[in-house]
Design a protein around this ligand. Sequence first.
Ligand SMILES: Nc1ncnc2c1ncn2[C@@H]1O[C@H](COP(=O)(O)OP(=O)(O)OP(=O)(O)O)[C@@H](O)[C@H]1O
Length: 330
Amino acid sequence: MAASTTPRPKPSESSSPARGPVEAALADVPVGVPLGVAYSGGADSTALLLAAARLRPGQVQALHVHHGLQAAADDFERHCAQVCECLGVPIHVERVDARHAPGDSPEDAARRARYEALARVAQAHGLRTVLLGQHADDQVETLLLALSRGAGLPGLAGMAPSFERDGVTFLRPLLRLPGPVLREWLRTQGQGWIEDPSNADTGLTRNRIRHGLMPALEAAFPAFRDTFARSARHAAQAQRLLHALAQDDLSAMQGDPDIAALQRLPRERQANLLRHWLAAGHGVACSSAQLEELLDQVQACRTRGHGIRIKVASGRVEREGPRLAWHPAI
Ligand SMILES: Nc1ncnc2c1ncn2[C@@H]1O[C@H](COP(=O)(O)OP(=O)(O)OP(=O)(O)O)[C@@H](O)[C@H]1O
């Protein structure tokens, strides 16, 4: 870990510094409400914290999640506490056990545990809004990861600029700023940050994208951050339409999917409805192969005695009279 902290004057003492790119990116962040900043100690959330503390003196609180996964986690926490002291910003530390279940991705498990912890600690301190530090390069990496998995529209929509979780609004105000701009700005401010050693681990796909693909994209398509982000916004817009259509189709069935009513819809619209029913209603993602099999079964179900029983994720979808029903694994 290379942590370097330059003591800085408290925001209230600084002589109104010229607005840089990071402060400008925070222009739309709500005024007059207490703000949480999810602060890992890394470059991006350090830039976010510094700019937020300057723009909204007295309104910002830092939220740090201690993952307990890396031996260096205690050093990260100490570094964050020191920076917050210099900035005159209160810090709340939440400890999580981010160990992953067998078969689960360690990164996904850590991310889930982190958002749960951030929402919990924000609520405990009366913070309804929390800022996250993801930037334009993170968005490109997310899109490339989605493409590499063969993701559909929800994945290609990338990270949303805002989302709600457990009564807390999370905002990503830096989503249009390139990562190198953030780091350069931090250098000009003389503010240090933590370089997380796991960022150099090329065993992680995200790091292979960062170190191998991003420089190639920069050379081939200099505007790739903007154009990829535009594609993600198009995908997000189309996904919202599909979501609304699925809600309408499902509510017209007044309950679980009705097999005869499904059969009257085009196959893609059946697929859209079933994916939504499983994901929004039951928190289940089905694979393309499982969905195709379910659609074939729905299509073939023309007699009273025709049964349907298909494994989906860890449970199964079955026919119950005229409708489909979801049964989680016991
Ligand atoms: N341990 C943590 N505690 C609090 N917030 C965190 C933590 N880790 C990540 N975050 C938040 O989630 C955002 C995205 O996480 P990501 O893993 O991409 O960041 P990072 O590389 O750990 O740190 P940074 O984005 O600050 O350089 C961070 O910018 C930060 O706002």
